[in-house]
Design a protein around this ligand. Structure first.
Ligand code: SF4
Length: 349
């Protein structure tokens, strides 16, 4: 495809792969131009993520330390009490997050869990935060119930291309993931769905993943792009590191293919230099997971994130990081690090 600002109505494999083959600086310029048509390029949305039910997942996602099949040292914790969740949500809000994401390591929620989840959603909404959950596969009726309880977003990542998917997960089918996304959309919730770079996939797979997302009946509202964090004990513990430029290309392609979606830098930021993150923002990323701690590897703490945003002259959805605000946020940012850090994890994995 030629370097034109006009995007195809439906992305084809050749058009998507052509993006990945563009000279990097041309691609970045194009992505930034698309980004500026739809978003304020100085604003970054912050989402905070909490594991409300950790470990012992029956699925076999080869990258995930929470699968019961791998010996990763991640323990099993039951569904958290409502007050524990709301205490974490209050801290997230005080630290500057606008969205509170809650993840449970399930294949799918049981109907008996829903009243508890509905009360959690209600509590988070009353705090004035956007709410998001990632609970595994949903039936149509479960999606309807969560939407009725007020859940704004549901995260369910496609992870990778349809062809490569069976190399990474064998306990559920790609189509089941797409079905869950349909249920979420039909229930009126916003879809959050993305993938992981570094699973051993080819450029063709990366392009195919973005095509699946971009060609949904509506592109996802949020698209988390993760860089694999290799965790000891998982089958991908010796995964080859991703070249940062390949990651930046994927972010840029996501921005061009889904111009109105929030593109979120998710797992792997701890391993990224500030310069790589800055280039990802240049490529159109406009959301980060903020203030979360991976179960086995840390995410950048709030101080580092706020300092980076300030250096780059970026603002959060709550406003600019002015010096006085910066000092207040730094003080507040210390609080979540002192408690519950073991509860935070990357639910996008
Ligand atoms: S990624 Fe999610 S579904 Fe897969 S093993 Fe981990 S917690 Fe379970």
């Amino acid at each position: 495809m030629e370097s034109t600002m006009t995007a195809p109505l439906r992305w084809t494999q050749s058009a998507a792969e052509a993006l990945f083959n563009e000279p990097l600086l041309e691609l970045l310029f194009r992505a930034q131009s698309v980004h500026r048509q739809h978003f304020n390029p100085r604003v970054i949305q912050l989402s905070t993520l909490l594991s409300i039910k950790t470990g012992n997942c029956p699925e076999d996602c080869k990258y995930c330390p929470q699968s019961a099949r791998y010996h990763t040292g991640v323990g099993s914790e039951p569904l958290m009490e409502i007050e524990q969740v709301l205490a974490a949500a209050r801290r997230a809000k005080a630290s500057g997050a606008s969205r509170f994401c809650m993840g449970a390591a399930w294949k799918n929620p049981k109907d008996r869990d829903l009243p508890h989840l509905e009360r959690i959603i209600d509590g988070v909404k009353r705090l004035g935060l956007e709410s998001c959950m990632t609970l595994g596969m949903l039936s149509a009726s479960q999606a309807q119930r969560l939407a009725k309880a007020g859940l704004d977003y549901y995260n369910h990542n496609l992870d990778t291309s349809r062809d490569f998917y069976p190399s990474i997960i064998t306990t559920r089918r790609y189509q089941e993931r797409l079905d869950t996304l349909s249920h979420v959309r039909e229930a009126g919730m916003k879809v959050c769905s993305g993938g992981i770079v570094g699973l051993g996939e080819s450029v063709r797979d990366r392009a195919s993943l973005l095509i699946e997302l971009a060609n949904l009946p509506e592109p996802p509202h949020s698209v988390p792009i993760n860089m694999l964090v290799s965790v000891a004990g998982t089958p991908l513990e010796n995964g080859s590191p991703v070249d940062p430029f390949d990651f930046i290309r994927t972010v840029a392609a996501a921005r061009i293919m889904m111009p109105t979606s929030y593109v979120r830098l998710s797992a792997g930021r701890e391993q990224m230099s500030e310069q790589t993150q800055a280039m990802c923002f240049m490529a159109g990323a406009n959301s980060i997971f903020y203030g979360c701690q991976l179960l086995t590897t840390p995410n950048p703490n709030e101080n580092r994130d706020l300092a980076l945003l300030k250096k780059l002259g970026l603002e959060t959805a709550h406003g600019s990081v002015a010096p006085e605000e910066d000092e207040r946020l730094h003080r507040l940012a210390e609080r979540p690090k002192e408690a519950d850090t073991a509860l935070y994890y990357n639910a996008a994995r």
